[in-house]
Design a protein around this ligand. Structure first.
Ligand code: FMN
Length: 204
């Protein structure tokens, strides 16, 4: 391995998970990328079909093209759909969507192969791999997030940029890099606010 990894324990890792957009552009060692991908490929999937395909983008011109597509989607419709544009979180997303995304040294585009599994069954087989990837990146001291904004680039630009065949559908982008700054603890709702016992609305 490139460096000695001293990973935090699982619950420390998962309970500190944040969507980190502010990434340094320093390259990530190839063996770390493979370790992250390996975590992705160990996710469960329908009938163990493993319908994923990962396009690992490091080339700067491809990163810029993905970022420009995301910006077009953001400016075209997504920005105006955001209700509260005054929250500090909005500013960070805005900067990232307007070009910051290209700074990520690695953008994993997580795709589903519809020749392996129908698209309508894809979610439950693809998103566990995404979460494995996000946590594996965090375990290595890297930062990550999942965004679907680049998927909404006009005219299917993302698939065109990546040269995806028609049966391989992009489902999420996962920018990964060294964190440019340390984030605080995540603010998340307590489980009692989002959980019912046995039937809906019976309190936990
Ligand atoms: C319009 C809009 C879309 C967003 N979409 C995502 C998304 O797809 N995934 C995500 O993790 N965060 C998304 N965010 C940012 C989230 O607000 C933020 O990442 C999430 O609440 C977790 O933040 P935290 O990890 O910093 O606590 C979006 C924000 C805005 C304004």
């Amino acid at each position: 391995m490139s460096d000695t990894i001293t990973s935090p324990g699982y619950f420390e890792l998962v309970n500190s998970q944040r969507a980190q957009r502010d990434l340094r552009s320093d390259p990530i060692p190839e063996d770390w990328i493979e370790k992250i991908l390996e975590a992705g490929t160990h996710a469960p999937s329908a009938m163990n079909s493993q319908p994923w395909h990962f396009v690992v983008v490091q080339d700067e011109s491809v990163r810029r093209a993905i970022s420009e597509g995301a910006r077009d989607a953001w400016v075209g419709f997504a920005r105006d759909m955001t209700k509260d544009q005054t929250t500090p979180g909005f500013k960070a997303v805005d900067q990232w969507a307007m070009g910051g995304l290209a700074e990520a040294p690695v953008i994993i585009v997580l795709c589903g192969d519809t020749q392996v599994l129908p698209l309508e069954q894809m979610g439950s087989s693809i998103f566990p791999a995404a979460q494995n990837i996000l946590l594996a990146a965090n375990a290595l001291g890297l930062a990550s997030l999942m965004s679907n904004l680049p998927l909404f680039a006009p005219d299917g630009a993302l698939a065109k940029t990546l040269g995806l065949p028609e049966h391989v559908v992009p489902l999420a982008t996962l920018p990964i890099g060294y964190p440019a700054r340390k984030l605080g603890k995540p603010r998340r709702r307590p489980i009692k606010d989002v959980t019912s016992r046995d039937r809906f609305a019976t309190p936990w």
